[in-house]
Write a protein that binds this ligand. Structure first.
Ligand code: SF4
Length: 808
């Protein structure tokens, strides 16, 4: 029982991309309760089971509370060999190894970040790496989560921002989930879908999926499709919208431009690195007419598409009818099934194409909405530029204007950042290079890559060929022991969630602050403290112009003499945020949500509000505008407020330009027209054959977050789902002579693992497909998953490895 006063502070959930606001009750220096925050407009007070038990996350008995060092590299991968150390010893060691690599050959150092780092931490990490070390070898785990969505947005709208928001859910008539198990991966948003359906019995949900999930159980229609053929399905719908003259002719005429894209783009795998242009906003396209675009769709007949995808012609016709009905407000929702896809960028693009052609865009309830996986994949990875090709606020290293602008904000000499005009290693390139022995120093923060990466057989050196991991000096910031710690030379215990203050940015671009509520456990430290300690040591004696390099970059928050922050957590975060906020200058047209100054639009927009507004208002979606001294968020982009007659309380929440056709303005495209590009069906990198007859699909389940490194240390969640199972169709089990709960060995061309099989698990795969979640370290399923990736986004396809299965 609490003996002192109970204090309640606002925060954001630590786990998924829904970004639920929570209220944290603190007494006697401990978190005693967490509840949904009714004032957060993203979740309106809702939480899922993970949110309910958030407080327990801090107090698992295995919390890392002391720095650790490995003295004998020969113990790597054994689960032994780490000893406790003092902070000074550890920081000196890490800094000396980093500096040595940097001075010898900076192409051999790398940082792998996370969509789970708060915004200000990601911003500062990016500044340290790009301006401090002049290295682009920095990428986040978000590369494996939503890079395809980013490139999709950039290809269509010239900007990485959604037209819609979570409030679309409250206005839609039809929901279509595309390869998304929302009920488990985005539970709070799925609750909003359910609430909308309960409020109006005419509202329907169509689940287009490769296997039945908990999401399917709530749907009126479940359309099972053959993996990878969703591209053909979307093309088929568009083909008949045009053929039947039921597309939105006015919208097409007013707003869209049509293009052909590059085709037959291959499967980057054995060559180790494809040559495609990672730093560009768009892939190569050539303009075409609407008629030429329509002609390419003609191959996607009902008969062809049905035969290819396995979806009946009647069900395809139902989809065509939905998109043909001008009265229906349709919301498409997707996440990893579309992003982790051999043509992830194309499939993202095609969902936008479909909604644009049918005019189901720009009206509340009508949108193609890309869900994100992590709490700050949008805020930290996408917005502040922790990618190997980006700078803060959507700027890219390859663009000289962007480099000049970044130099101005960071007060660097003109031309200073020309040293980083070439993008560095994207995630898979980074780990392929490490596996080949070409990375000497790797630092990773808040990700468990030795469990979450695909093709672990290669990356953990278990194929007998790629053993670079044993020669790389590996530093890990973590909160609980993981498999990655087993390969680390140094483990740095990090402050967790509300043990420090920070911000997350969620899928609808809501930036929210989580306030500091309690002190870090043991000797755990805030990642920014760790970063500053190491940066101070590495940059000792370095100059930028005549100035001391460290002071020049970080002196605004850090006192070198004291070896500590100048202010407290709040003041430090505010100072970093205010610097980042300069990047959102509305006159710099390429930055997040900024205007296109050539169009002279919305000069009043500031995009990002002062730090304390985010605490007071329980989060704000950008762009924000200051009107009569109040900071107002945006919900719907590309649409002027007055056009949505009949919808209450929209007004200023819409962000577009009045006076254009239908008051729509796609403000980041040169001529205000999104690009509809023809995206053909191309088969997956692997398809089942006699040797490897099953599709293997992987994913998340409700109770566990990613690799379970946190949720398995929450006793209630671990008890609720203690074991990862391979779900298999009963007919397939019978054919292989398997019984429920038999142990099986799953083998692909890339590796193998053992697991318990079940026909009574959380998912119901069709014949020929099996599913397993990746949360359990004892069933390391990614040993078998391939690392082919979408050549445009470099995001790998975790959904379509081909495997054989035998009794273990
Ligand atoms: Fe909300 Fe996701 Fe946290 Fe659940 S895990 S409370 S849905 S943010």
């Amino acid at each position: 029982a609490a003996t002192g006063n109970i204090e309640v502070k606002s925060a954001v959930c630590r786990y998924c991309g829904c970004g639920c606001g929570v209220l944290v009750s603190v007494a006697d220096g401990k978190v005693i309760q967490v509840a949904g925050d009714p004032d957060c407009q993203s979740n309106l007070g809702l939480n899922c089971i993970k949110g309910y038990y958030l407080g327990s996350l801090l107090y698992g008995e295995n919390r890392l509370t002391k720095p650790m060092i490995r003295d004998d590299a020969g113990t790597k991968g054994t689960g032994e060999g780490l000893r406790e150390a003092e902070w000074d010893e550890v920081l000196d060691l890490v800094a000396s190894k980093l500096k040595e690599t940097w001075k010898n050959d900076k192409s051999r150092l790398a940082f792998w970040g996370s969509g789970q780092q708060p915004i200000t931490e990601g911003y500062l990490q990016s500044k340290f790496w790009k301006a401090g070390l002049l290295s682009n070898n920095i990428d986040p785990n978000a590369r494996m989560c939503m890079a395809s969505a980013v490139v999709g947005f950039m290809n269509v709208f010239g900007t990485d921002e959604p037209a819609g928001c979570y409030s679309d859910i409250d206005n839609a008539d039809v929901f279509i989930t595309w390869g998304a198990n929302m009920a488990e991966a985005h539970p709070m948003l799925f609750s909003r879908v359910s609430a909308r359906k309960l409020a109006d019995e005419n509202v329907k949900h169509i689940d287009i999926t490769t296997l039945k999930t908990r999401t399917s159980t709530d749907a009126e229609h479940v359309l099972l499709f053959r993996p990878g053929t969703d591209l053909a399905i979307t093309n088929c719908i568009m083909n008949y919208l045009i053929k039947n003259d039921t597309y939105d002719k006015q919208f097409v005429a007013d707003h869209l431009q049509f293009k052909m894209g590059t085709e037959n783009i291959g499967y980057p795998y054995e060559d180790g690195y494809d040559k495609s242009d990672i730093g560009s906003k768009v892939d190569e396209t050539t303009p075409c007419t609407f008629e030429e675009f329509a002609a390419r769709l003609e191959d996607y007949t009902l008969e062809y598409t049905s035969n290819l995808s396995g979806v009946s012609q009647e069900d395809l016709q139902m989809l065509i009818d939905v998109f043909s009905d001008p009265e229906l407000r349709v919301m498409s929702l997707w996440t990893m099934g579309v992003n982790q896809h051999h043509r992830g960028t194309w499939m993202n693009h095609n969902l936008h194409n479909l909604h644009l052609i049918s005019g189901k865009y720009g009206k509340p309830g009508c949108t193609a909405f890309s869900l994100t996986g992590q709490p700050s994949a949008c805020g930290t990875a996408r917005e502040v530029g922790t990618f190997c090709h980006r700078l803060p606020a959507d700027l890219v290293v390859k663009n000289p204007v962007h480099r000049r602008y970044t130099e101005a904000v960071w007060d660097l000499p003109e031309g200073y950042l020309d040293a980083i005009e070439t993008p560095g290693f994207h995630t898979i390139k980074m780990f392929r290079e490490m596996s080949k022995g070409n990375i000497d120093f790797l630092w990773s923060a808040h990700n468990n890559w030795a469990q979450s990466l695909p093709n672990l057989t290669r990356f953990l050196g278990m194929d007998g060929e790629h053993e670079g991991i044993f020669d790389t000096f590996i530093v890990v910031n973590e909160v609980y022991p993981t498999i990655t710690c087993d390969y680390a030379d140094v483990v740095l215990p990090a402050a967790l969630w509300v043990e420090r203050e920070g911000q997350f940015g969620n899928a609808e671009r809501r930036t929210s602050v989580f306030q500091k509520c309690v002190e870090p456990m043991g000797e755990a430290k805030w990642d920014v403290w760790i970063m500053m300690q190491i940066a101070q040591r590495v940059l000792e004696g370095e100059k930028i112009g005549d100035a001391d390099a460290f002071d020049h970059l970080f002196g605004f928050i850090w006192d070198k003499e004291a070896g500590d922050f100048i202010g407290d957590d709040r003041e430090t975060n505010r100072a970093i945020w205010e610097e980042y906020r300069i990047f959102s200058n509305p006159e710099m047209k390429d930055t997040v949500a900024a205007i296109n100054t050539e169009n002279n639009m919305h000069m009043e927009a500031k995009q990002l509000a002062p730090y304390d507004e985010y605490i007071e208002q329980h989060g704000l979606t950008w762009p924000v505008r200051e009107v009569d001294g109040k900071w107002l968020p945006t919900k719907w982009r590309f649409t002027y407020g007055d056009q949505a007659e009949g919808y209450d309380q929209i007004g200023i929440e819409m962000y577009g330009q009045q006076g254009l056709a239908n008051d729509m303005s796609f403000y980041k495209t040169p001529d205000q027209k999104p690009s509809v590009v023809f995206r053909p069906y191309e088969p997956p990198a692997e398809e089942p054959d006699a040797d490897f007859p099953f599709w293997f699909c992987t994913g998340r389940l409700l109770e566990h977050w990613h690799t379970g490194s946190m949720t398995r240390n929450v006793a209630e969640l671990d008890r609720a789902l203690p074991e990862a199972l391979l779900n298999m169709n009963p007919a397939d089990m019978e054919k292989l002579g398997l019984k429920d709960r038999d142990r099986v060995r799953v083998t692909s061309r890339h590796g193998s693992f053992e697991i318990t099989v079940s026909n009574a698990g959380r998912t119901e795969p069709p014949e020929g497909l099996v599913f397993a979640p990746f949360f359990a370290r004892e069933t390391l399923i990614n040993l078998a998953v391939h690392d082919y990736y979408c050549p445009l986004s470099k995001e790998t396809d975790y959904k379509k490895t081909c495997v054989q299965i035998e009794k273990a």
